[in-house]
Design a protein around this ligand. Structure first.
Ligand SMILES: Cc1cc2nc3c(=O)[nH]c(=O)nc-3n(C[C@H](O)[C@H](O)[C@H](O)COP(=O)(O)OP(=O)(O)OC[C@H]3O[C@@H](n4cnc5c(N)ncnc54)[C@H](O)[C@@H]3O)c2cc1C
Length: 372
């Protein structure tokens, strides 16, 4: 590996931006190719918690501890569980946890603000990454092709880099999620339901979820088991059809819960997909992956962003170690092993929430967690 390799990071999500920051801190600049035309192009999604040993560690290594604490919301770590008739089965205010919430938009802004001018190439959708005989790779966008010594695929679920390393592709997990938005000020029922952080209402193979975000926003999800073709069809329907479908799925649930469907602003329909648990690849000098591109999983372990940030820390160490690619291969093995554990947790979480047994398995999960 050259002493100062040309590094391209494909994708300016949390993983790609974190890697760019850590490389910059180590004196090794990189270029981030991001398809969004600008930072505010689309909402970045809801709130997420960051754990000390993964997400928070990466931010601290990047010198972003103060910025993180300025935006973090330690007060929003609570959990609630309801049954379909609206009975509150579990209520914890989140006191004693060390996994403060932060909005994804705030996290992205912290990372973007920390990067040198010009690091991110906005509106740069990568159509192809082409290996060259000399070992470098061409990154192809509609503006042309440019050569890099190292290309990191941080481009999420449908990565353009992953096919160069692996035949694996995400598969539908049997559950569709409809994402909705609320304002605590105007949607008082949602504010009260949500409590001090997050609430689940769980019935047989279906669930409603609400999560407190910053600035008085609340993000809601309706999820249920359905065949892939039905989920894909739903994703193409207008908002009123999606609302009607949800009302049918949650027919018979308490009005205080179905009010979420009636009043929520539809944000997205997401068929939930995942890569095979334990996904890994044969290491290939000059090309690597991180985050969802490496190990997309369903959101039920709540680990996706934390893993992406932790991967960035491991890869930054390896890429700046001044040694050959073996060190990167070792980092990839660490990344795959850590993700395998989280992916197993995610698959377990999905089975727990979407089971024929309704809220009982989720209640047991919360009780076991409280018991330590
Ligand atoms: C409903 C839902 C809820 C979730 N909740 C949580 C949670 O609470 N906690 C948690 O930790 N995780 C959560 N996740 C998972 C989390 O969103 C992902 O794991 C995380 O965003 C992965 O980060 P990443 O940087 O690897 O990829 P991404 O965030 O997907 O970023 C990839 C970036 O690459 C860009 N890109 C893609 N293709 C190209 C291309 N061809 N050229 C250029 N740019 C490209 C995209 O625009 C994007 O900016 C949730 C996911 C879902 C679906």
């Amino acid at each position: 590996m050259a002493t100062s390799p040309r590094i391209a990071i494909i994708g300016g999500g949390p993983g790609g931006l974190m890697l760019a920051r850590l490389l910059q801190v180590a004196g090794t600049p990189a270029t981030v190719f991001e398809r969004d035309p600008h930072a505010a192009h689309r909402p970045q999604g809801g709130s997420l918690d960051l754990h000390v040993e993964t997400g928070q560690r990466a931010l601290f290594l990047g010198g972003l501890e103060a910025a993180f604490h300025a935006h973090a919301r330690p007060e929003d770590q609570g959990d609630r569980l309801y049954d379909p008739s609206g009975v509150l089965l579990f209520d914890h205010d989140g006191g004693g946890f060390e996994r403060p919430e932060i909005d994804r938009t705030a996290l992205r802004a912290i990372l973007l603000d920390s990067l040198d001018e010009g690091t991110v190439r906005w509106g740069a959708r990568v159509s192809e990454v082409r290996p060259r005989p000399d070992g470098a790779c061409e990154v192809v966008t509609e503006d042309g092709a440019a050569a890099y010594d190292i290309v990191v695929g941080a481009d999420g679920a449908w990565s353009r880099v992953r096919p160069l390393l692996s035949d694996a592709s995400p598969l539908y997990e049997g559950v569709v999620f409809v994402e909705m938005g609320f304002e605590a000020q105007t949607h008082r029922f949602a504010d009260e339901l949500t409590g001090a952080g997050k609430m689940f209402a769980v019935g047989d193979n279906r669930a409603l979820v609400a999560q407190r975000n910053g600035y008085g926003h609340i993000r809601g999800y309706a999820g249920w088991r359905t065949p892939e073709a039905a989920a894909q069809t739903l994703a193409r329907q207008p908002a009123e059809e999606v609302c009607a479908a949800m009302l049918e799925v949650f027919d018979g649930w308490a009005p205080v819960l179905t009010e979420m469907i009636r009043q929520g602003t539809l944000l997205a329909v997401r068929p939930i997909c995942a890569l095979p648990i334990g996904h890994s690849w044969t290491s290939r000098p000059g090309l690597t992956l991180l985050g969802d591109a490496a190990h997309l999983m369903s959101p039920f372990a709540g680990e996706g962003v934390k893993l992406a940030l932790a991967d960035a820390a491991d890869l930054a160490d390896a890429l700046t170690a001044g040694q050959d690619w073996t060190v990167v291969a070792q980092a990839e093995a660490v990344i795959a092993a850590r993700a395998k554990i989280a992916a197993e947790g995610s698959a377990d979480g999905l089975r727990t929430v979407f089971s024929p047994d309704g809220a009982a398995p989720v209640l047991q999960h919360y009780r076991e967690r409280m018991a330590g």
